[in-house]
Design a protein around this ligand. Sequence first.
Ligand code: ATP
Ligand code: MG
Length: 694
Amino acid sequence: MHMEGSLSARDKVGVQDFVLLDSHTSEAAFMDNLRKRFQENLIYTYIGTMLVSVNPYKELELYTQRQMELYQGVNFIELPPHIYAVADNAYRVMCTERNNHFILISGESGSGKTETSKKILQYLAMTCPITEKLQTIRDRLLLSNPVLEAFGNAKTIRNDNSSRFGKYMDVQFDYKGAPAGGHILSYLIEKSRVVHQNPGERNFHIFYQLLEGGEDHLIRWLGLDRNPQTYSYLIQGESAKVSSICDKTNWKLVRRAFTIIEFTEADIEHLFGIVASVLHLGNIKYEEDTHGHAIIKNGSQLQWISKLLGVPVSILQEALTHKKIEARAEEVLSPLNLELAYYARDALAKAIYGRSFNWLVNKINSSLANKEPPKKTVIGLLDIYGFEVFETNSFEQFCINYCNEKLQQLFISMTLKAEQEEYEIEGIEWEPVQYFDNKIICDLIEEKYKGIIAIMDEECLRPGEATDLSFLAKLEEKVGDHPHLLTRKLADPVARKTIDWLDFRLIHYAGEVTYCAVGFLEKNNDLLYRNLKEVVLKSKNYILRDCFHSSELDNRRRPETVTTQFKNSLSSLIEILLLKEPTYIRCIKPNNNKQPGKFEDMIVRHQVKYLGLMEHLRVRRAGFAYRRKYEIFLERYKSLCPQTWPNWAGPAREGVEKLVKYLGYQPNEYKLGRTKLFIRFPRTLFATVDSFEI
Ligand code: ATP
Ligand code: MG
């Protein structure tokens, strides 16, 4: 433990809660405190009940068994700030108040969200009371991570282990407070990575793990070569080997996880049959026949795919070189040219990988399902892909950054906005704090009829006519004057023809991003030719068959576009979260080079700004960290005061007033609102009473 209370120690290590800073509203003081602490390896600091974390980029002795024990049941103001403390607090409150919680972990790519979420899960799994019966569930909860990371994370230039999907995991607890089950929701995996990686990046980890670590018989059975250089889907980023990653060890972990999650050998064979088929597909090369039609150059990959997916070679070959069109009641096969054939091949690879990922999540969910009667409470952990900006930003970055906007909006509405509105409703005197509300950007993206997604969808309804350029022109026409959108003026006909002009810029809450619109419509449509769908529906690989549904062949059914699906799933996520008690962890990246110990002021200050930390601090300083409805508070804590125990007959508000006075709170430390009690800095969060009842 650090002696954070004494003055000299305070000079050295700063304060553990920004609320305690003397010059609380100054950004310089905020930065000083954050830097000082970071340099002493104190990567965590509170703003009231919110935790700010700065990625140390080195292993710290912070996550040992002993540390876990230390934080159990201890009021979080009594120990140095820690993710264990906030997790423990959420857990205790859940147990005493029997309500649901979520922990929102946010920050840009590489800031440490996934690490934080894993450590919180470990803390909950390892410290909560558990019966023998539940041990398997606990192990499955923990081991779901390496599996999903293997299939859903990849090296980007921002982060060697970057999440390429969004994840929300409910950890369910039984009435005794034991982790008794779980459920995962996953969001939009970045499928395009399967077929294309930018320089310095990799495909999903699992491919490299399989080649490096896969058992000899498995590799042989899958018809693979151990050398990743053999596979064109693995080497576009030219960084198959990553020094910070040991693919072999990770493979072993994934294998162990499969056993615990109760994958059968057949599941594993079928799943890796699909993974290997993706690699074989990537090596299919086409050439042109005399009519300019694409034909497959070398048959060996086809043989392997046919074996692994359980589809006859002839059908596969036809589907990879032809497009089936339904004209009136007839089906017509039309040969593809080279470009379209490669498009079809890549679309198949992306589709089978993406769908298998969803299958994997479902499989894990069924192994985490709690069969006991309901009445559970949950702590939800949200770990998504962080805001990211690359040199070239595409459809994927647009979706990822949109998702981050939505979470920022949730954060703002649940903290800054809700908090200030509550003071007003409760009649508590309050000096409003100004902040930037990013709702304007969310609306720009998702508004009905004239949001970017709606415009994109509209263009997707005009196949053959609409192009990325016409999409851009429509953007300009409909929202060109929006303060957060910059389009190039497309009036110049010469400029219109050059690809360089195909971009638009969004001023996000976290900074400006220029998106290259090439491929937006195609990715939004996410089309898989009909005959390729038929191939997978005929497959003997049961995972693949499970992933597709025959109704997808129905032409009258128009599937929702990718962004519309994403928008809908995010809005239901937000509905889920709004019903729960929030805890926030804001992760900060200290430098862009993954370097330990380096705190770059400019980079950190930018994040402090856009994360709204100063505003949050101002609201916190002036506000009240604890609040409860009078009735609930009284019922819960009346036993602490002889005047209210065992029964208080008068109005709840008066009872509460007696109670807080009796507890020694001074008049300036609390306020009585219309329906609620507000306490500025709750001293012990009434932990003594709570812990008796757990
Ligand atoms: P993305 O949005 O790209 O998924 P992220 O916020 O999830 O990014 P992480 O993958 O959690 O980022 O962290 C990136 C890397 O930073 C980790 O692989 C690890 O090397 C390092 N790191 C993060 N948190 C810690 C920590 N608490 N201690 C030590 N190293 C850490
Ligand atoms: Mg991550």
